[in-house]
Design a protein around this ligand. Sequence first.
Ligand SMILES: [Zn+2]
Length: 255
Amino acid sequence: MTMTPSAADLHAHNQRISRMLADPECVGELLLVGIGMARCVDLSDPPWGDNGAMPMKTLAETLYGRRWLPTSFVGVGSLSTTADSNPYRRIRSLFYADRRRYSATADGDRAWADVTCGRPMVRRDGLCGRSASSNARRLTDPATGQRRWVGCCSQPACKQWFTDLLARNAAELAANPVPEPAANTGGVLERHLPEIDWWAVWRRVDPQWSPPPEGRRFERPTLRLLVTDDDLAEAGVEPEPRVRPALVALEGGWR
Ligand SMILES: [Zn+2]
């Protein structure tokens, strides 16, 4: 049974939504899903079960209904541009794109096509700078684990410099364990909805995922999303009937 929210609940909810709206990374479909989840957490709409769990299918249907969805995320330029048209799999793909991780692209690395020759010049300051897109590699920095595009142009001296650099880099990587780079992207919904056990969600949507170095303390969350039907059956959770309308998606808003 959904309770009527108290004034304090509504106030906390409004503050949470205000923080989301002020976050430049919480935009487009991430914002839509974030607002929908904030309703679940703050107003119990739809409610979490007694054991603090909610099947993700319930959440997906609340947010998207059962409609066929466009196959790209709406208004979220920094995420992967492809998404699933099925509501349940789509919310999985959104959580996958927002999983906390290190990304060389998010770190401001150049696109492959923009790589220029990195050989330092002898008679002048600076680098060669000619196009290197035909001979570029993404190298791992042995000191930080971060990855960067490096390349050379077609001049013999530059090619030799690059061959030597690759050999030196390979030797350095072989000699010492490379640190895992700190996370630099994803986790947008986590910072607005810390009540939810996101680590469990990210492990389910990406079996390769493990907590990246952050330098901050992990606090155990109180709410769980159940990611698969198997989970649902194991936990014996039945979605409670919704007594109030949830978010309403209007036709014509997609592009
Ligand atoms: Zn060059």
